[in-house]
Design a protein. Structure first.
Length: 489
């Protein structure tokens, strides 16, 4: 609710903790809207301090039910009303009690019934929930609707007593779980007193053929679960008693069900619980497929790396048997380029992420270049900045480009008196820049990368323009040579 602070700035004495409580409530209140088949609007009183009488209210949140049609086609967030315009909201605020059993009122073509619930935090009413339902739909409720409404009354009472949203194990509450996916109602002993049709269907799909009502939910879940009978069985039964907020997943060959147990309280005493169900069979299947796919991809990268190393070793052996110095140098350059590609695949094979930590790759490229340089003891290579993770489609050609630029500087740029190489990397919102500077003899007069016959620089230009969709510039400066590589991310 980023707009909460803007709505209340200089108009409400709510503390940071009280605002956080409002955010927690609106994060979880889809449950309330669905159980009561109602639109909910949260009104926060406007006043200087808690001793002052409110001048009015501002609507800071609005939610519609997924179990019924909305009664407000347009959002009311940001609307303001004066004190006295809505007596039931005033009554809930001043009396700190739920106001219900009001007479329905005409709203457009609908007959709407309004109920108001104070939101208690500590000893203060910090807001009021206005619940709006279509009175026409309340005349002949089904058994499902009656149970949902009874549960809704219990939860609204918890809001008025300050025990909902839950504070203990609140991280287990998932607002993505919907009442319509399946609901089970438990008594204080964990016995099922009501199961919605979707809840029954979910248990039927995983092999429970009997009735659910009258059974202990924990025992039913243990019997259908295929997990070995160990401590897990006891955990299932204890978690599904409804004594506290708990989340359990049961699975067998028929599917997987996620169960969220929510205790119902009255005056601090537990009076039962509800359990929300969600069939997550397809979700878990996709997760397993992704895990398998990720493992397969990592294995492929590992094998590609091994194959590249094999090719590199064969080329190295071949270069030792060739007497022509130019051919031997060409093979060694090929070995170097293959090694840079292998580094990327090695990184991908050892990482669970789909991206390449290119800073690590860059450090290893530099170390490898130093090992191959005949002037290793004289060289000083410094790296500044970080580029972060990159997509493999960028990292592979980039590693080749950087390898060529580093080796070009080491082989052709550094003079006898110059042995400093500086690599500066910088990442922006949608682009990156790598600058490689050497303090050597510099570029010859009239040099252009387009006309250069150097194979390494031709590779750099081709990969930069075609693969990286970027640009490469070699600049002669008073201090040496600077290679500027820019590319989008």
């Amino acid at each position: 609710m980023p707009q909460l602070d803007s709505f209340l700035r200089d108009r409400s004495p709510l503390s940071a903790d009280q605002k956080r409580r409002i955010r927690e409530l609106t994060a979880d209140w889809q449950l309330l809207a669905d159980l009561s088949f109602a639109d909910l609007i949260l009104w926060v009183p406007l006043r200087k301090d808690f001793k002052s009488w409110p001048t009015g209210y501002v609507a800071v949140a609005h939610i519609r039910p997924t179990t019924a049609a909305t009664v407000f086609p347009q959002d009311v967030i940001g609307d303001e009303i004066t004190w006295g315009a809505r007596p039931r909201i005033d009554q809930a605020l001043s009396g700190a009690e739920i106001v219900r059993d009001a007479q329905p009122e005409k709203f457009g073509e609908l007959l709407i019934k309004e109920e108001t619930i104070p939101v208690i935090f500590g000893d203060q009413v910090i807001a009021v929930i206005a619940r709006h339902r279509n009175a026409e739909l309340m005349r002949q409720p089904s058994r499902l609707e009656l149970n949902y409404r009874e549960v809704a009354h219990n939860v609204y009472r918890m809001v008025a007593e300050g025990t909902f949203p839950y504070t203990e194990h609140s991280e287990l509450f998932d607002s993505a779980v919907r009442v319509g996916d399946g609901l089970i109602r438990l008594d204080i002993s964990g016995v099922i007193t009501y199961a919605s049709p979707n809840a029954k269907s979910a248990f039927n799909r995983i092999g429970w053929a009997g009735e659910l009502e009258g059974c202990v939910l924990g025992e039913v879940a243990r019997k259908v679960s295929q997990v070995k009978r160990e401590a897990h069985d006891e955990a299932i039964e204890v978690s599904l008693t409804g004594k506290s907020l708990r989340r359990v997943e049961i699975e067998n060959s028929g599917g997987t069900i996620d169960l969220l147990a929510l205790p119902l309280l009255a005056g601090g005493d537990r009076i039962g619980a509800i359990v929300l169900l969600q069939n997550v069979t397809e979700l878990r299947r996709r997760e397993r497929e992704l895990v398998t796919k990720d493992a397969t991809i990592r294995e492929i990268h590992h094998r590609v790396k091994n194959n590249l190393q094999t090719v590199s070793a064969l080329l190295r052996l071949q270069s030792r048997r060739i007497e022509d110095p130019a051919a031997s140098v060409a093979l060694n350059e090929a070995v170097r380029r293959i090694a840079s590609i292998a580094l990327v695949h090695e990184t991908l094979s050892s990482s669970a992420e789909a991206s390449v930590a290119f800073d690590d790759v860059l450090d290893r490229l530099v170390a490898h270049a130093l090992e191959l340089s005949p002037r290793m003891g004289e060289l000083k290579i410094a790296r500044k900045g970080e580029i972060g993770p990159l997509d493999p489609r960028i990292a592979t050609p980039l590693s080749l480009v950087v390898t060529e630029l580093i080796h070009n500087a080491l082989e052709h740029g550094l003079a006898e008196s110059g042995a400093n190489l500086i690599i500066e990397v910088e990442r922006f919102a949608d682009a990156a820049q790598i600058v490689i500077f050497d303090d050597g003899v510099g570029l010859p007069e009239g040099f252009t990368i387009l006309e250069s016959a150097n194979l390494g620089l031709q590779i750099v230009r081709t990969l930069t323009e075609n693969e990286l969709k970027g640009s490469i510039n070699l600049i002669r400066t008073n201090r040496g040579t600077e290679a500027q590589l820019n590319f989008p991310i």
